[in-house]
Design a protein. Structure first.
Length: 108
């Protein structure tokens, strides 16, 4: 994730304070309550890995990373971005990988 985007996201969070959260955080929570997980298919591309959502109800989520750890972080950020939630709220969103074999993500 670009340092400028990260700084902007934390600035937004600092300006809004702890009392106000983005509406997308609520929508994200409702999505996972209604549809459970978002599953991904991983494909090796060159010297990186590409993840493509297989069942996201609002289109596709596509991201990549050079290794599994970077890809995991990028998937979480892409899910937040699809709900217009700044990455500074990743902790509040509690997105986590549910299943190693299926490559499924949900909220805790």
């Amino acid at each position: 994730m670009a340092i400028i985007k990260k700084a902007k996201d934390y600035l937004i969070k600092a300006l809004l304070g702890d009392k106000i959260v983005p509406r997308g955080l609520y929508e994200l929570d409702q999505y996972f309550r209604n549809y459970k997980n978002i599953n991904f298919e991983f494909k090796k591309e060159g010297d990186g890995i590409v993840a493509i959502s297989t069942d996201f109800r609002y289109g596709s989520i596509i991201t990549s990373g050079k290794d599994e750890k970077e890809l995991d972080n990028n998937i979480k950020d892409a899910i937040l971005t699809s709900f217009e939630v700044p990455s500074a709220y990743a902790k509040e969103a509690k997105i986590q990988r549910e299943n190693e074999q299926v490559k499924s993500y949900a909220i805790a």
